[in-house]
Design a binder for this molecule. Structure first.
Ligand SMILES: [Zn+2]
Length: 491
């Protein structure tokens, strides 16, 4: 999941809230999300193309292909952390399915980090009001890439801060030798209004940068309040970064409830924690991006990518992050085969590897295909769950939008007709976007996405089959439009 958008949050908040609750109040300027019928279409599509797009949409909405594929990924394969046997099994499964559909499959070799979770326990062993001989259990999970504590754990005082400024104000005197808890809250209200990405962006700064900030002041471990909206005492994992200029210290995310508990006790007096984390960083593992081409009939050298990332964190079964994205992209090529539709440009399915802890798949692809960037007509990725699709966020020239008006008019019949220019795009296709490839992120209703994101509750039951089908319709219709668009997209 990425966090970048261009439209000022407040304006977008009003708009998306209006959209989500069905009351439209926006004005048709390019910086605002547009609905198809608000601006006079500057282009029309050949009648056959429009008819094919409606057929694709209908077929997707009445198909359970994506849901059945997702059930296999989540229930039969399971969590797919990079380097794990499940990730390897998923690569094989997807490649086999793409071959079954008759596509040209290539496994792009990668060397990915292979981090493995170990034991993770914590308890408060000294705190105000403590009853003799008791401790207070704390629920947490190690951050991806974290180094281990000593084998018998560490025992230290906990200091609580709400942000980096408070940490700075404490200084080395009050931090050295202690465990720092960053109790920065995830803005649930912002997420409930459809701005989970922005709320996540704010909270994730402490997950990825908290350990190094605390370590620079001599801390022995770092904890962050989970970067997510769960209030079911579920910890949210996720990657951290260890820059070279700071010692590597163990790091974990506590649940929202445990963040509050520790903060309340620390306000009353000294709090000490016994912390045990035993993850391992194994040697990098061999893995692959799965690439499958449906060759174009007229411009086979021109490529439209449809994609999602195949790896997931290990706590849940990676249903909304990002099994959903992979199967949404799979359905695009499955539908074209089912309906005997042949794109004029090549549609390239990609199941990216290692989005969660290194982006090796996305970066390697952009490097290996640097010479073909001009022939990458567009890139599409879904990596914001499987909620109802509102439309697409577009990293590209505003002039792209009018060319897609007829398409978004069709998608608007299932409520997915929004198009909005943004400055950023999905993580795996971001290197391509930076290189000038027009990039499309599937824009879903994320009001509950961050409640389960990177937790043990990221499971199949969180996906509504109808909404998954709406997403499959949106990606298939956009991809086929781009594959048959008479004119090139402005870059
Ligand atoms: Zn993801």
């Amino acid at each position: 999941m990425n966090v970048l958008t261009s439209t000022p949050v407040v304006a977008k908040r009003v708009f998306v809230l209006a959209m989500t609750v069905g009351l439209l109040i926006s004005s048709p300027s390019t910086s605002q999300p547009q609905r198809a019928q608000e601006t006079a279409p500057v282009t029309t599509y050949p009648a056959q193309l429009s008819a094919d797009l409606r057929k694709l949409q209908e077929a997707a909405l009445s198909s359970d292909y994506a849901y059945r594929q997702l059930a296999h990924l989540t229930d039969s394969i399971g969590p797919r952390l990079s380097g794990s046997p499940q990730a390897a099994a998923a690569v094989e499964y997807i490649a086999k399915e793409m071959r079954r559909l008759g596509l040209e499959v290539k496994l792009e070799k990668l060397s990915v980090p292979h981090w493995v979770r170990g034991e993770e326990t914590a308890a408060l062993v000294r705190y105000p009001g403590q009853a003799e001989g008791t401790t207070q259990k704390i629920i947490l999970t190690a951050l991806g890439g974290s180094v281990p504590t000593a084998p018998d754990g560490l025992n230290a005082e906990v200091v609580v801060v709400n942000n980096f400024d408070e940490l700075k104000a404490l200084g080395r005197d009050k931090v050295a030798g202690k465990i720092v808890l960053f109790n920065a809250r995830f803005d649930r209200q912002m997420a409930a209004e459809g701005f989970g990405g922005e709320a996540y962006g704010q909270a994730v700064a402490y997950r990825s940068g908290g350990a190094s900030a605390a370590a620079r002041l001599g801390a022995v471990a770092a904890l962050n309040r989970s970067a997510g909206g769960a209030e079911f005492r579920l910890p949210h994992t996720g990657a951290l970064r260890y820059p070279d200029d700071a010692p590597k210290i163990p790091a974990a995310a506590v649940t929202a409830e445990d963040g509050d508990l520790i903060a309340r006790l620390a306000a009353l007096g000294t709090v000490r924690m016994q912390l045990l984390l035993t993850p391992k960083q194994l040697p990098d593992a061999e893995s692959y991006n799965v690439i499958a081409d449906f060759k174009g009939s007229e411009h086979p050298e021109q490529i439209i990518i449809v994609s999602g990332h195949l790896d997931s964190w290990d706590l849940g079964t990676g249903a909304i992050d990002d099994g959903a994205g992979v199967v949404i992209a799979m359905q695009t090529v499955q539908l074209l085969k089912q309906l005997h539709l042949r794109p004029k440009r090549t549609i390239r399915f990609i199941a990216w590897m290692n989005e969660e802890n290194g982006v090796v798949g996305g970066r390697t692809y952009a490097k290996d295909h640097a010479g073909e960037i001009a022939n990458h007509f567009a890139a599409i990725e879904s990596d914001r769950g499987a909620g109802h699709p509102l439309g697409f966020e577009v990293k590209g020239r505003p002039e792209v939008l009018p060319l897609l008006q007829p398409m978004s008019a069709i998608l608007q019949t299932s409520g997915a007709g929004l198009l909005q220019i943004t400055t950023g795009t999905e993580t795996d296709i971001s290197p391509l976007g930076t290189a000038g490839v027009p990039s499309f992120g599937l824009w879903q209703d994320t009001r509950t996405y961050f409640d389960y994101h990177h937790t043990a509750a990221d499971t199949l039951d969180k996906v509504v089959p109808r909404e998954l089908a709406e997403n499959a319709a949106a990606m298939a219709v956009l991809a086929y439009t781009l594959a048959n668009l008479p004119q090139p997209l402005p870059r």
